[in-house]
Design a protein around this ligand. Structure first.
Ligand code: 3H9
Length: 695
């Protein structure tokens, strides 16, 4: 028998235990084991079969590593049908997570019991496919169409209590899954419970599937798997069970061939690989239970909120008593938001706002902080002064972190007598919401300080990416380049509104100009001024945005920027002043505007993004292409279903992208210099993903 399933006979009951750590994924060996186990149970003439998982979970789904390869027999839908067709009673006992194929196996059994902490779900659409082993046919038969559509199209995890209410499971019982399962089987046998194949339950009542398809498609912003899953569920209402299954299978196979499936699987594995750095193997992080935050503006308050929510004590330092109280107010606002959304209870809220948080104007309050994050005004002189004070106030071994977005962390570290303890921890605003954390490693940063940065990121539930020191690190450096490309297109004839529309059409939640309005136009203005002195004369930088700022338009916060924002409305309308300023600047520069097709806008924008990403990897600022991909995904709204800019580039073909860049360089050779790494990969016929695999 396959080792992945252990067979045990207890009187009249056969017990099949899955043992395929870490998550009992339903790889080929497990599928073979299930078939063999069912065959043996039948040959043994038992009255019932119990299926459960060893270790931390029931089956967490199909083995995703098999996706994209030639499917191996036995196929999971056939395994499920084999289980369901068994002549004796088949029961599953769920703990941990019964997800995807895991829930499909459970739905193929005749009865399901779960421990209260178990979660179930069909998250396949999040991987670019749909439930392909009967989930779209069986779930609606037990939970009804509405609940099934919700669970399948969102991929959300459903708690055991809700699953019980929906009829997905039959019973909740506390305890070890094996014991809970055996007790339930004995109860069913004693009651003379009949076999209850879900496929024999009546087909669910149809709803307006066209309307739901449309709605799901719109919500997916270009993602196709959730909408395709709607069609599979529709089949459950229109076709006999096994025909519905065939329809589901055909749609599953179709999605398996898509680029989106590749992108989403890349995102799944990269999200887990990003925090695993060879340089940190065996390096122990320093213990952190109390942190300090310097500066209580939006960023500092957000960082403090995230830290409090993760159970850390926080001392926040501001310049005046008034500013310190204002910071407390911001944190209070953030935490009451968390309370309203049910993330924390009233008692937790009170505790966090009480003992866990101290605000002060005295650096002496940092005496017992294990790690301090500076989030003050973005000026090198101010940062250096803060770090000199931290050096004097903090205990030996405390990690001193800067939240700078652009500035040289080496120079900041040099303002202390302990540069080995200094690191960049670049949060994204609002810091208690945004998932990305860039861990910026300076020349002298000690390995255990880097490990501490990653450990903190994990505790705060962030996606932490290692970045080297340069202007803008990974994310803002790449952003600056693709934003410059957009600015060039505006000078040459495109409108900011056309560019935003193309990018939202691509799948970004917002285009670059709407994003700038949200972030505040004063940020870009300050950056342009900072860079002016060292700027190469060949760089083309528009000045109309400076005029916009000089006139007091900083975007959403002032009611006008690229767009005009009416009170109470989030979306803006194009600002005619912007169009007038652009036209005036073109005239000044002697530029005759030309038309840009949407396709050209996208090609240029993405080529600029990929080219700069390749530089960032080539220079070692990002260790691997996947580090860039995760940065853009979690900090910059890049559509997850493309996997990130470098995965997207691999899928498009690197030679075509390089050819585009060389063609664009004919007009602007300064901006469009091909990244050496991109040229090298094309010459060697390799892809960015090959560099991920190389570790
Ligand atoms: C499906 O079922 C299709 C069917 O409908 C149809 C088929 C015909 N496969 O996340 P963690 C690895 S689609 C392979 O860090 P946690 C993961 O990479 C599937 N590997 O732990 C990691 O490896 P490493 C539907 C998998 O406790 C290790 O296990 N199912 C799989 O934070 C630990 O994972 C899903 O989408 C897998 N299915 O979270 C569920 N799952 O240590 C996907 C995990 O080398 N999985 N690994 O980095 C999850 O959501 C989470 O892993 C889970 C545990 C919640 C289970």
């Amino acid at each position: 028998m396959s080792d992945a399933i252990a067979y045990e006979r207890i009187g009249d009951i056969a017990v099949l235990k899955a043992q395929n750590p870490p998550v009992n994924a339903l790889g080929q060996a497990v599928r073979i084991g299930l078939i063999e186990g069912m065959d043996r149970a039948e040959a043994d003439g038992v009255r019932a079969v119990l299926i459960y998982g060893d270790g931390s979970t029931f089956f967490a789904g199909a083995d995703i590593r098999e996706f994209g390869k030639t499917p191996l027999e036995p196929y999971l839908p056939d395994v499920c049908n084999r289980i369901e067709a068994a002549p004796m009673l088949v029961v599953s006992a769920l703990h941990g997570t019964a997800l995807g194929g895991g829930l499909e196996v459970a739905l193929a059994t005749h009865y399901r019991v779960a421990v209260p902490a178990a979660r179930v779900g069909l998250p396949e659409v999040l991987l670019g496919v749909l439930p392909g082993a009967g989930g779209t046919q069986r779930l609606p038969r037990v939970a009804g169409i509405e609940a099934a559509l919700d669970i399948i199209t969102t991929g959300r995890h459903v708690g055991a209590a809700e699953a019980l209410e929906l009829g997905v499971i039959d019973k909740l019982a506390e305890g070890d899954p094996r014991e809970v399962g055996l007790a339930f089987v004995r109860e069913l046998l004693a009651d003379g419970a009949p076999r209850r194949p879900v496929s024999e339950l009546p087909a669910p009542t149809p709803v307006d599937f066209d309307a739901i398809h449309e709605q799901v498609l719109r919500k997916g912003r270009g993602q196709i798997s959730p909408a395709t899953a709607v069609r599979a569920v529709q089949a459950a209402t229109e076709l006999p069970f096994f025909e519905g299954l065939a329809c589901e299978r055909a749609l599953f196979r179709e999605l398996m061939e898509t680029d989106q499936r590749q992108g989403l699987i890349h995102a799944f594995f990269s999200e887990r690989a990003v925090g695993k750095l060879p340089e940190l193997v065996g390096v122990e992080p320093r213990p952190v239970s109390a942190i300090g935050v310097i500066g209580g503006g939006t960023m500092g308050a957000g960082i403090a909120t995230a830290a409090l929510l993760s159970g850390l004590r926080v001392a926040l330092i501001e310049m005046t008593g008034e500013a310190a109280e204002a910071a407390r107010g911001r944190i209070e606002g953030n935490l009451s938001g968390a309370r309203k959304r049910g993330k924390i209870s009233d008692a937790q809220y009170a505790a966090l706002m009480g003992d866990a948080l101290a605000v002060s104007t005295d650096y002496g309050a940092l005496a017992d902080a294990d790690l301090v994050i500076e989030a003050v005004f973005e000026s090198m002189d101010v940062k250096k002064e803060v770090f000199a004070r931290l050096d004097a106030a903090c205990k030996p071994g405390a990690v001193l972190a800067t939240n700078t977005s652009y500035l040289d962390v080496n120079e900041i570290a040099a303002a202390t007598t302990r540069p080995a303890d200094v690191i960049g921890l670049h949060f994204f605003s609002p810091a208690h919401v945004m998932r990305l954390l860039e861990v910026v490693v300076a020349d002298a940063t000690a390995p255990d300080v880097v490990a501490t940065g990653f450990a903190l990121g994990k505790r705060l539930k962030k996606i932490s990416v290692r970045a080297g020191v340069c202007d803008g690190f990974i994310g803002n450096r790449i952003l600056a380049t693709y934003r410059t490309c957009a600015d060039h297109m505006v000078l040459d004839g495109a409108s900011p509104y056309q560019i935003d529309k193309v990018l939202t059409g691509f799948g970004f939640a917002m285009g670059p100009f709407a994003v700038a309005d949200l972030a505040g136009l004063d940020i870009g203005w300050a950056t342009r001024k900072r860079k002016a002195a060292t700027r190469d004369p060949r760089e083309r930088v528009p000045t109309y945005a400076d005029v916009l700022c000089e006139e007091g338009n900083f975007g959403q916060k002032t009611g006008a920027g690229y767009y005009i924002y009416e009170a109470g409305r989030r979306a803006g309308v194009p600002n005619p002043r912007v169009t007038a300023l652009i036209e005036a600047e073109r005239a000044d520069r002697g530029i005759t505007p030309r038309d840009f097709s949407d396709d050209e806008i996208l090609r240029r924008y993405m080529a600029a993004m990929v080219n700069e990403s390749a530089r960032v990897v080539g220079e070692g600022i990002a260790r691997r292409p996947l580090d860039v991909d995760m940065t853009l995904l979690f900090g910059y709204g890049f559509p997850r279903y493309y996997g990130g800019p470098l995965k997207w580039a691999d899928i498009q073909g690197l030679d075509g992208l390089l050819a585009d860049i060389r063609r664009f360089a004919e007009d602007d050779p300064w901006f469009w210099q091909p990244a050496p790494l991109l040229e090298q990969l094309v010459a060697e016929g390799r892809q960015f993903d090959d560099l991920n695999k190389a570790g």
